[in-house]
Design a protein around this ligand. Sequence first.
Ligand SMILES: Nc1ncnc2c1ncn2[C@@H]1O[C@H](COP(=O)(O)OP(=O)(O)OP(=O)(O)O)[C@@H](O)[C@H]1O
Length: 283
Amino acid sequence: MTAAHPLLEADRVLVDYPVKGWRRPPFRALKGISLTVGAGETVGLVGESGSGKTTLGRAILGLAPVTGGEIRFEGRTISGLGKRERRALSKDIQVVFQDPYTSLNPAMSVGDILTEPLLVDGISRAEAERRVRSLLDEVHLPADAARRLPREFSGGQRQRVAIARALSRDPRLIVCDEPVSALDLSTQSRVLDLLIEIQELTGVAYLFVTHDLSVVRHISHRVAVMYRGEIVEEGDAATVTSEPAHPYTRRLLLAAPVPDPARQAGRRAERHRFLAAQAAPDH
Ligand SMILES: Nc1ncnc2c1ncn2[C@@H]1O[C@H](COP(=O)(O)OP(=O)(O)OP(=O)(O)O)[C@@H](O)[C@H]1O
C-alpha cells in the first residue's frame, strides 16, 4: 500500500521575517512554497545564497515563523505546534547542520553527545550504550570514539558524529542543511555516500539543502530549485540537473562541475529500485 500521505508536505508556505524600524513591512522569505518528501526519499533543495532554502528547512523544524499555508508530517499539521508537541516531534524529524565544528558541544564526549537524546526518551543507560556502539558502527567510526571529545576529530569525522546523533532516535526525516559544504571534496563524497548507505539501511528520508548542484545530483531522487523565495523548477534529479527547463537552473548548472556520468547513472538506478521497493504493497 502506498502511504495515504507523503511523509512531509509543505503546502503554500509563507514565511515573513519582521524587519526592524518603524512601520517597515516584514520581509517575505518564502512566497507560497509547496513541496513534498516521500518516505525513504531524498529531495534536494538547491538555490543560490538568500533564495530561502535554509528558511524552509527551519520552518519544517519549527524554527522559522510560518505566517501562511501549512506544513504537514504524515498528514498531520506541524506548523504552529507548541513547544511540548514540537519536542515530541523531534524523535521523527532531525537535523544535520553545515558546521560540524559548532554543532557539537565541545565539552561533551561523543558518547555523551549520542547518549543524551536516548536518555531523554527514557531508555536505560545500558541500552543507550549498546545503541551508541551500533550508531558509531553505522557511521564507520571506531567504538573508542565514544570516549573522545569532538575536537579530537577531523571535520568529516565530526560530521559523522552529527549524523549519528541525528539517527539516534530512528527519525523518519532528516533536514540536512549544507552538511558537506564545510568539508573538502573527497570527504564530501564519503559523507554523501554514508548518507546514501544509511538511507538504504533505514529508509530515512532527507530534505537536502545545498547551493551545490553537483552535491544535489549525487544524493537526490528529486530536486527543487529555489529562487527568491519560490520554487521555480522541480523534478527528477537526472532531468533537472541535465536538462533544466528554467533559465535560473541553467545558470546554476553552468556554475557546477561535471561529475562522472556513468557512476551517477548507476547510483540513480540503484536508488530508484530502492524507492520502488519502499512503495511495494504491505502485507
Ligand atoms: N532571521 C531572519 N530575519 C530576517 N531575515 C532573514 C532571517 N533569516 C533569513 N533571512 C532572509 O531571508 C532570505 C532567505 O534566507 P535563507 O537563509 O533562507 O537563504 P538560503 O537560500 O538558505 O541562503 P544561504 O545559502 O546563504 O544560507 C534572505 O534574504 C535572508 O537575508
